[in-house]
Design a protein around this ligand. Structure first.
Ligand code: CO
Length: 134
């Protein structure tokens, strides 16, 4: 397993439109995609900065995982996503180290990428996502 870079940083927001305005008008980044991911009950907005992206996440269902996160912890940094060549084998390798996974198998995330989450309990409270083509 080789992590190549930080693919994106996920930020939980309660109002996607006004957050997009902040990133565009104040920080000068450009939102290049808005995408709904029904599987995760979120709407996402993406900005590129170098090799990394900022992923803003707005909940589409208060009972979904992000809706519950915002209710409990408020807006703010939600997860860090590392790029890896093969998500399937990386998840298997990480599980062998006794780390608790949310996803034992990758699922489809935004931008058609395969993604898998590690449980924050095993990572000192940080939700980590692995992201790759397969
Ligand atoms: Co993400």
């Amino acid at each position: 397993m080789r992590l190549t870079h930080i693919e994106h940083i996920g930020i939980a927001v309660s109002d996607l439109k006004s957050e997009i305005r902040f990133y565009e008008d104040v920080l000068g980044l450009e939102c290049y995609a808005i995408e709904e991911v029904p599987d995760q009950k979120v709407r996402t907005a993406f900005f590129r900065i170098g090799e990394t992206k900022i992923e803003l996440l707005e909940s589409t269902d208060p009972q979904g995982p992000l809706g519950k996160f915002i209710e409990k912890r408020g807006e703010g940094i939600h997860h860090i996503a590392f790029a890896v060549e093969n998500v399937t084998s990386a998840l298997q390798e990480i599980e062998k180290n006794g780390v608790q996974l949310i996803d034992k198998q990758p699922r489809k995330g935004a931008e058609g990428l395969s993604i898998g989450f590690l449980h924050p309990k095993s990572n000192f409270g940080v939700l980590i996502e692995l992201c790759g083509k397969n």
